[in-house]
Design a protein around this ligand. Sequence first.
Ligand code: DGL
Length: 271
Amino acid sequence: MSNIKKEQPVGIFDSGIGGLTVAHAIKQMMPFENLIYFGDTAHLPYGDKSEAAIQAYSIKIADVLLKKNCKVIVIACNSASSAAYELLKEYVQHAVKVINVIDPMVEWVSQNFHDCSVGLIGTKRTVQSGIYAKKIQASNRNITLHSLPAPLLVPMIEEGFFNNKISRNIIEEYLRDPLLEKISALILGCTHYPLIKKEISDFYHDTIAVLDSSDVVARALYEYLSHAGLLNDQGRGTDHFLVSDFTDSFEASTKLFFHEAVHLEKHPLWN
Ligand code: DGL
């Protein structure tokens, strides 16, 4: 990693546009960084895909980001973090650092919720991987994790159903599951969920901590770049948003996730 310059862009990817919640947190914390975001809209959702398929897509995306000279790769997707992080690390070897969305959250939970019961909601891929449970157990902090797949939440959010009666009903249906009784905190294990964070907190009447990974991941990136001397502290912070398939509705939805509308450039994964 020795020849990397701080002016090189930060690469971020997700199955689609949900990872823009992480990109937004990164931009807020590090406004001078140049971002290259890749949303694999041709293959979303990842949450229902096999581990092998997600690994293949992730490798292709890493190739795109490396070709674009990214100095670090952030996997802004829980499903891809659980399926492809270890493989990606091996694949890029020492070319660049790979940061996932799971480890920073596990670290935060381990530091702040020892001896507690903690809940997790996420896609089927993320929950079935058992990766959060494995990593939390490895932290030895006596934390019991209760994980519930919530597959309807991603399509619900993408269809613009949040802060309304339908979303409240679906959210309640999941959160009433006995598995999630008596938890002290709930991990939002999917990069779409920050959009329904308030509804989830409302369900609990703010009595438990609702943990969204965007800020902790941005902080992990900040710490890595600072320690490595790679933090870009001046410049214009130019961003590019690539997608493997373009539709007007993807572009329209960017505003929800990134807090401002962005232009999406089509960049097929397979030429
Ligand atoms: N962004 C994905 C995640 O965080 C959810 C969307 C999908 O299933 O592709 O798991």
